[in-house]
Design a protein around this ligand. Structure first.
Ligand code: PMP
Length: 442
């Protein structure tokens, strides 16, 4: 049954809409588990691309959206606003740091929210350039791909007005030294970029992921983001955080930048915000979003059903203390992974904050040659053993661990035992590499 389903899917669904790691076909999902068409259960370490932050099929969201749909299924909030969107905006303003007046914009995906940044920030500042980071993933629409520095987007022609600078990667320092990483990147920005291709007085904003997620789950040194904020303030450049993947509790605080006391000018949210329903937002200084009436809006922006789902999701994060859970379970997860690292030489680096964890695989720890094939093999074997994980990174060699924030200790024990088995099978050459290659696309 399941193979026939995948065959039909292959015939009718556009390839441009797909990225595949293994041949799973999903029937249902609940909490941290996904069930396939044949009734087999999987623990989802990826939370469906970090969307299922509160887990799949939360009963509170389910009853709220039904109630909302029955009461008011739709109003174009853009011309006839009602309460849910306004309450959600107020809640988002309350949890976002910054003691300046803020407003909220709503869309449907991380991409359209980053397009909001791409259009509105240059307009507000009356400056024509933006800066972002190599390896960054901000989306696939033209504006958001222009901001992106990820290899998946670099093949498309976007706007040339975005300059990409190296992300501070402590494991692979772009200028060769981990100790001086922050100094070197800030210096490069001020003394090379600003003095040549992108003058500071023409730069409207810098957009950054507090943890560079699709670029490889990279965590900058502690002093980097505060220094970047200081520099942006000095030159009057807007600092925008793309929190689409790691925001809303995943790192053990509401936002990744909360770990450093940063007050961004704008924060972009998506993915987990809607508890599974499509909704994205930008929370920003009032003047950044008030640059014109109706200049970046979509018919269903802020629709009541998605807004209700998002509002309930934020309340669940608080009521179930999911931020604390992410923090504690993340520490436990990393401690077990560190034990695994002692057994398998291919595990070059483990890093994480809360339940945003990356496991980087290398051929050996001295050369640090990225082990992309081995990473794909591990993910494939995990899938066969009932654990869903996939890989990210500009070298495709980082296992991304972004599970639901409801993850339990037992879930973690299970995940690590499956990973252990997968590494041991790889060592003993028990993994069918032809199957892996079919999906990994080399
Ligand atoms: N920003 C970040 C940090 C992301 O990780 C993603 C998706 N991987 C996006 C933006 C784009 O979001 P969407 O796919 O919803 O457009």
């Amino acid at each position: 049954m399941f193979n026939r389903f995948l065959e039909t899917e292959d015939q009718v669904i556009a390839d441009s809409l797909k990225i595949r790691f293994y041949p799973i076909s999903v029937k249902s999902a609940k909490g941290t588990r996904i069930t396939d068409q044949d009734g087999k259960d999987y623990l989802d370490l990826a939370a469906g691309w970090a969307v299922a932050g509160i887990g799949y099929g939360h009963p509170r969201v389910s009853s709220k959206i039904k109630e909302q749909y029955d009461t008011l299924s739709f109003t174009s909030q853009l011309s006839a606003p009602e309460q849910t969107m306004v309450s959600l905006a107020q809640k988002l303003i309350d949890i976002t740091p910054g003691s300046f007046p803020k407003k909220v914009w709503f869309g449907h995906s991380g991409s359209d929210a980053n397009d909001c940044i791409f259009k509105l920030v240059p307009l507000e500042k009356n400056r024509s350039r933006m800066i972002s980071f190599m390896g960054s993933y901000h989306g696939q629409t033209l504006g958001s791909l222009s901001l992106s520095g990820h290899p998946a987007q670099s093949r498309f022609i976007g706007s040339g007005n975005v300059v990409k600078i190296p992300y501070p990667n402590p494991y692979r320092p772009p200028f060769g030294e981990t100790d001086r990483l922050t100094d070197q990147i800030i210096d490069f920005l001020e003394n090379e970029v600003f003095k040549t291709v992108c003058p500071a007085e023409e730069t409207a904003g810098i957009i950054i992921e507090g943890i560079q997620s699709d670029g490889g789950l990279i965590i900058p040194p502690d002093d980097f983001l505060p220094r970047l904020q200081e520099m942006c303030r000095h030159f009057g450049i807007r600092l925008i955080f793309d929190e689409v993947k790691v925001g809303l509790g995943r790192t053990g605080k509401w936002f990744s930048f909360d770990h450093y006391g940063i007050e961004p000018d704008a924060v972009v949210l998506g993915k987990s915000l809607g508890g599974g329903l499509p909704i994205s937002s930008v929370v920003a200084r009032k003047e950044m979003l008030d640059v014109g009436t109706g200049i970046h809006m979509f018919t269903t922006s802020g629709n009541p059903v998605s807004s209700t789902a998002a509002l309930e999701t934020l309340k669940i994060i608080e009521d179930e203390r999911l931020i604390e859970n992410a923090r504690h379970k993340g520490e436990y997860f990393i401690s077990l992974l560190t034990e695994l690292q002692k057994k398998y030489q291919w595990i070059g680096d483990i890093r994480g904050k809360g339940l945003a964890i990356g496991v980087e695989l290398v051929e050996d720890r001295v050369s640090k040659t990225p082990a992309a094939e081995k990473t794909a093999a591990i993910c494939y074997r995990c899938y066969q053993l009932g654990l869903l994980a996939f890989y990210v990174g500009i070298h495709s060699n980082v296992i991304e661990i972004t599970p639901p924030l409801t993850l339990t200790k037992d879930d973690i024990d299970l995940a690590v035992s499956i990973l252990d088995q997968a590494f041991s099978d790889l060592e003993e050459q028990k993994i069918d590499m032809n199957l892996v290659k079919e999906y990994a696309g080399w």
